[in-house]
Design a protein around this ligand. Structure first.
Ligand code: ATP
Ligand code: MG
Length: 422
């Protein structure tokens, strides 16, 4: 019996990789323009890091972490998200010493033990960005603008941004008590999970998607009504900065996020496109003003977000993935194979994407294969061509075929494929 992959862990096949590459390239371009630098972090961290940051009474920590002990009995975890590891590195490598606000982005796999379905996997990928060291709501607004810029550059429209403020350690406790009071006579309706953590973390019930929790929390008091003056002012500042930047965002007073470290601003980006189905959240994030200090660093207010790569990729128009046409170089007859490899190398130097086919077989069968490979052009080098000092170029889309000199080929193919794209 052959060995299969693991449920929820996907192979990203070449066609999909082309889309991913385009997203990653755009993200690097856009984020760099906003002054962010890339950071690459390990996929394994001490379990403790996630317990202390994400929170012990969250779905991620309670149910979704891949933890294991290494050979020395230390508990390690595959990272379920990128912010805690980034903050760990920020403190450990003293990245705060570099500048007042540090802007970093990352991309890579995350791991959560969830029920696999469309848009939800056990290994999934995120692109995330974090601004560390500023409390200004301008930073939140600019990060949202950056996200919107990325979507626009990828040709994605119809996304909706929802924002909320969760308050701070000064004003949230009063809200928590109020919410607990509201839920007190409705606990029977809550799912077992939320029932169990209502004492410590009643906000989780607002984020829970089970029908019981949805009805129990219906009409619950809104955290936004409990904000202290400072938090209320911050949220107002965010909304006017978003207005100024032309970023449309809707206030959703019910939205809390699935991680405990958030303070003040939280947001979620969803897509109305039917392609995503129930898993329609493509990016989410917010402020985590207390996390750096919580993890042993200096008091550092921060804002960050993460985009779900798999879900974003579903929204990218496949036709907009730039691709140079594939040119298949087909050499026929004795000695032509070697000559073909050499000519192919020169065509690549001239900027073409060329595969040299030096397989055996009839012209007909090899042309069929070129078609299956999706070649845009086939260049044929046979005995006639060698004798006449030319090459035959066949345009696989139109079927047109002509004999031309080798040095004219790059211009011909580039000209035609640009014409086709326009
Ligand atoms: P959801 O509500 O869909 O479970 P989440 O609140 O757990 O999302 P975050 O932790 O905020 O998500 O992660 C940010 C983004 O990462 C999500 O908006 C989503 O696009 C993506 N994401 C999260 N979990 C998964 C997963 N298991 N598979 C694929 N993408 C995911
Ligand atoms: Mg989740």
């Amino acid at each position: 019996m052959s060995i299969t992959g693991i449920r929820g862990f996907n192979d990203i096949l070449p066609e999909e990789c082309a889309v991913w590459r385009r997203i990653e390239d755009e993200a690097v371009r856009v984020f760099t323009a906003f002054g962010f630098s890339e950071i690459r972090l390990p996929v394994v961290e001490k379990t403790e890091l996630f317990l202390r940051s994400i929170g012990e009474t969250t779905d991620i920590v309670e149910k979704q972490m891949y933890t294991f002990s290494d050979r020395h009995g230390e508990s390690l975890a595959l990272r379920p998200e990128g912010t805690a590891p980034l903050v760990r590195a920020y403190i450990e490598k003293r990245l705060y010493a570099a500048s007042p606000a540090t802007r970093l982005f990352y991309m890579g796999p995350m791991f959560r033990y969830e029920r696999p379905q469309k848009g939800r996997y056990r290994q999934f990928h995120q692109i995330g960005a974090e601004v560390l060291g500023t409390e200004s709501p301008m930073a939140d607004a600019e990060a949202l603008k950056m996200l919107e810029t990325l979507f626009v550059s990828l040709g994605i429209s119809g996304v909706e941004i929802e924002i909320n403020s969760l308050g701070c350690p000064r004003c949230r406790p009063a809200y928590k008590e109020e919410l607990k009071g509201f839920l007190a006579d409705k606990t029977e309706r809550l799912c077992d999970n939320c029932k169990g953590r209502i004492g410590k973390n009643p906000l989780r019930a607002l984020d829970c998607k089970t029908p019981g929790c949805l009805t129990a929390t219906h009409g619950a008091p809104a955290v936004s009504d409990f904000l202290c003056d400072a938090c209320g002012g911050h949220f107002k500042g965010l909304r006017s900065a978003l207005d100024m930047l032309g970023v449309a965002a809707k206030v959703n007073p019910r939205m809390v996020r699935g991680l405990d470290y958030y303070t003040r601003t939280t947001f979620e980006v969803t897509s109305g496109a039917g392609t995503l189905g129930a898993q329609n959240a493509i990016a989410a994030g917010g402020r985590y003003d207390g996390l750096v200090e919580e993890l042993g660093g200096p008091a550092t207010p921060c804002f960050g977000f993460a985009i779900g790569m798999e879900r974003l990729a579903l929204l990218v128009d496949r036709n907009r993935v730039e691709k140079r046409p594939l040119v298949l170089f087909l050499a026929m007859g004795d000695g032509a194979g070697e000559k073909g490899v050499e000519v192919a190398a020169r065509l690549r130097d001239a900027g073409l994407r060329v595969v040299a086919d030096y397989a055996e077989g009839s012209l007909k069968s090899r042309m069929k294969r070129a078609d299956r490979m999706g070649a845009g052009y086939v260049i044929i080098l046979g005995e006639d061509e060698i004798r006449e000092g030319v090459l035959t170029v066949k345009d696989m889309t139109t079927g047109a075929q002509e004999k031309i000199a080798q040095d004219k080929i790059p211009a011909l193919i580039k000209g035609r494929s640009q014409g086709a794209q326009a």
